[in-house]
Design a protein around this ligand. Structure first.
Ligand SMILES: [Zn+2]
Length: 211
């Protein structure tokens, strides 16, 4: 799988790299994003550390905003995982509250007195700072939810099977309580180690990226 993974990394060099603060109008309405993180290398270049997309129509820009800007861990699994790793690295007992999904009214009421919301806000700020300072990304347009999900899954599987993409010793994800993140070296827990690109069908990705 490392040849196909190498091809994916090679293809990203042709795409514009966005850093925070990025220009939202340069982001397509529909597509896939590939995240890179400072200090992480693979295939003699920056290593892809996360792949993501969106399900609803025209939701790529809002999705990236949920990761980079909106301080709500329960609307971004990426932020939730960065938080888990930061809290776990600091042996912070707040981790058990961080896990609670506060999108439901039931949970908000149940935990209203138990959770220190000021402290939670502080952590959200730290996460925004970490993400904005350490991550950059590329995007490419794909229309159609089914296609996006298929390509996203294949990219994730290909990278996870690659023997040459390994995290650094200093990588924040090494502190994650999620075994899959530590094992894969990716900020991902789904679509790992499934069906990768073959040498033939990776040409499709080349066409999607380069037109
Ligand atoms: Zn690789």
């Amino acid at each position: 799988m490392s040849n196909e993974c190498s091809t994916i990394h090679e293809l990203t060099k042709k795409l514009k790299r966005h850093n925070f603060p990025y220009n939202e109008y340069e982001i397509p309405l529909n597509g896939i994003y590939l995240l890179f993180e400072k200090g992480e290398k693979g295939h003699n270049q920056d290593r892809i550390v996360r792949v993501g997309t969106h399900t609803g129509e025209n939701q790529l820009r809002p999705r990236l905003k949920q990761h980079f800007l909106l301080e709500n861990k329960d609307r971004s699994i990426f932020r939730k995982n960065i938080g888990r790793a930061i809290l776990s690295k600091n042996n912070d007992p707040f981790l058990k509250y961080w896990e609670i999904d506060l999108t439901t009214r039931k949970n908000r009421e149940k935990y209203s007195s138990a959770i220190d919301f000021d402290y939670q806000k502080e952590i959200e700020k730290k996460i925004s700072q970490y993400i904005q300072e350490n991550f950059s990304f590329c995007v490419f347009m794909i229309n159609g939810k089914e296609k996006r999900l298929e390509i996203e899954a294949k990219i994730i599987s290909t990278i996870s099977w690659c023997g040459k993409c390994k995290q650094s010793k200093e990588w924040l994800g090494n502190y994650s309580p999620k075994e899959k993140i530590v094992k894969s070296g990716l900020w991902l827990v789904n679509e790992l180690y499934k069906t990768p690109f073959t040498a033939t069908d990776i040409e499709e990705l080349d066409i999607l990226i380069n037109g």
